[in-house]
Design a protein around this ligand. Structure first.
Ligand code: SF4
Ligand code: SF4
Length: 230
């Protein structure tokens, strides 16, 4: 039995979960979800959400505030007055599970950030390092209680974990370059989904069009489009 199997999913309640443009494109094009149904922008003036990995985006209605694009939170039914990831399914409590059980409603399609938790890459990008998980993710409210014990290496598949971490790092690095373009002339929040869609829909080029410069692969043309839209 895995460590998460008997948990109410305090992690999916406690944390703002950063998503990349690739996650957004997957949800909108493969899962047919509407951007506004799963995404939000989360203020991150102290960098506690980005953790030097997820990029900060600026928007014209609040140009001084850095935002991280995250999974949307909605009110919890099991813990009134608290919030949870909009994809978290809550099961009623019973004697064995007094806080109820939590299940990810999109487990096979969950974002890379969720696939990696609670690991991160070390400085040389070769090893997975487990986070030291606190007992509670926010303010002591029981809904935000976290893992019943610390994770160990044997809790995770070493190959899947490294693969997820490498993909997550790659996608967030690319997303950071997109953020640099967007932030040159921040547009309105309601323009953001179309901007992301243009970038990620043009990510594959034929060999004759290929340009390995990260500043130009499917980016510069869309930058111009963004500037026009803004
Ligand atoms: S997408 Fe799934 S795993 Fe990720 S925070 Fe939401 S419910 Fe949890
Ligand atoms: S809080 Fe810890 S044990 Fe519970 S679902 Fe999240 S990662 Fe698993």
């Amino acid at each position: 039995m895995g460590i998460c199997d008997s948990c109410h999913s305090g992690c999916c309640r406690s944390f703002a979960v950063p998503i990349s443009g690739a996650d957004i494109h997957h949800f909108t094009h493969r899962q047919n979800l509407n951007f506004w149904d799963f995404a939000c922008r989360w203020e991150d003036t102290e960098g506690l959400i980005s953790r030097n990995l997820a990029p900060h985006f600026l928007f014209e209605d609040d140009p001084e505030t850095p935002f991280v694009i995250c999974l949307k939170h909605i009110p919890s039914s099991s813990f009134p007055g608290t919030t949870k990831c909009r994809f978290l399914m809550e099961c009623l409590p019973d004697d064995e599970h007094p806080k109820g059980l939590g299940r990810c409603g999109i487990y096979q399609n969950r974002p890379q950030t969720c696939r990696c938790f609670p690991a991160k890459l070390n400085a040389s990008n070769e090893l997975a390092i487990l986070y030291d998980i606190p007992s509670n993710g926010r303010d002591g409210e029981p809904a935000y209680d976290l893992c019943s014990r610390q994770w160990t290496a044997s809790d995770l598949d070493p190959n899947d974990t490294i693969q997820s971490l490498v993909i997550a790092r790659y996608e967030m690095t690319f997303f950071s370059k997109i953020a640099m373009i967007w932030n040159q002339a921040p547009g309105a929040w309601n323009q953001f989904p179309d901007f992301i869609d243009r970038i990620y829909s043009n990510r594959i080029a034929s060999e004759t069009q290929e340009d390995t410069s990260a500043d130009t692969v499917g980016v510069s043309d869309n930058s111009e489009s963004h500037k026009r839209a803004a």
